[in-house]
Ligand binder design. Structure first.
Ligand SMILES: [Zn+2]
Ligand SMILES: [Zn+2]
Length: 296
């Protein structure tokens, strides 16, 4: 009975659910994709602090029974943009220990992207994680799929590295820019990340890796029989390198894929709203109904 709880909610409260989803769609406007879908339920929503490349930023999250959606807050509860949609089937969560100012956090990991988020309180962290895990569990059970075993690296925030994490020499400046290894997430200097590798799951194109990861990957590949080798390329030509380098803004290749990072329009409104999980209220209702039915 409990295992189809979210599905059950659709029939119990489909109208409220449809209204909520329409509201989310509305808030994203034309910047988002249609979210209403047969069987989809909005499980909860709230603001989480997402660790971005430069610093932590407030982002609005919507947990559906099959996807996790987040975006930038333009006007609180009214307008969001930069919508990201993550299929929950691909998600793995990993709790983070509290560290200094970074508290109540966990990792959201997928094959193509991984990042840390932080809730306002320990209770909210617990709630979020439990709801997300429950949705993942239900999905995987229904589909019979296995969760992915490989996940993208979590990027070390820029300000945590004053010097290159590989050579431990290069100091970062306006000219000596920071780059991120796509394999391990380290912040490294240009020369220490001059190599490229095809990291399946992230892209079909060769991506920037640090020299350490390049060595590891090369050694790993040497162990695999030639026929089973994945097509990995390490372009050395200046043409390819400059193409890769100019692809990102300002020649910094790291400034590419996390497009929400450089948008600072989130309001400086720090009043805290607790997350809302729609299952909770209705669960009691449903359980009550159930028990009253059963006692009859
Ligand atoms: Zn270096
Ligand atoms: Zn690396």
């Amino acid at each position: 009975m409990y295992q189809d709880f979210y599905l059950h909610l659709v029939s119990v409260n489909s109208e409220a659910n449809a209204r909520r989803i329409a509201m989310v769609e509305n808030c994203f406007g034309s910047s988002g994709q249609p979210l209403a879908e047969q069987g989809r339920v909005l499980v909860g929503e709230g603001v989480l602090t997402k660790m971005c490349r430069k610093k932590p930023k407030a982002r609005q999250f919507f947990l559906f029974n099959d996807i996790l959606v987040y975006g930038n807050i333009v006007i609180n509860k009214k307008k969001y943009n930069k919508q990201h949609v993550i299929p929950l089937e691909e998600v793995k969560l990993e709790s983070l220990k509290d560290e200094g100012q970074y508290r109540n956090g966990w990792l959201i990991r997928t094959a193509s992207k991984s990042f840390a988020v932080y809730a306002a309180t320990a209770t909210e962290k617990e709630e979020w994680m439990a709801h997300i895990e429950k949705c993942i569990e239900d999905l995987l059970r229904k589909s019979g799929k296995q969760p992915p075993s490989e996940h993208a690296a979590v990027w070390v925030p820029d300000n945590e590295a004053a010097i290159c994490m590989h050579c431990k020499k290069t100091q970062f400046t306006v000219l000596n820019r920071r780059h991120h290894c796509r394999k391990c997430g380290s912040v490294v200097c240009g020369p220490c990340s001059s190599k490229r590798w095809v990291l399946r799951g992230q892209s079909d194109k060769p991506l920037r890796v640090c020299l350490q990861c390049y060595d590891d990957l090369t050694r790993e590949r040497a162990r695999v029989p030639p026929l089973a080798q994945p097509a990995a390329h390490t372009p050395h030509t200046a043409a390819v390198k400059s193409a890769l380098d100019t692809a990102g803004s300002g020649g910094d290749s790291s400034a590419d894929d996390d497009s929400d990072d450089d948008d600072d329009r989130a309001p400086a409104d720090h009043s805290h709203d607790e997350p809302k999980f729609y299952g909770d209220g209705e669960k009691t209702e449903e359980t009550n109904n159930h028990s009253s039915k059963e006692t009859k």
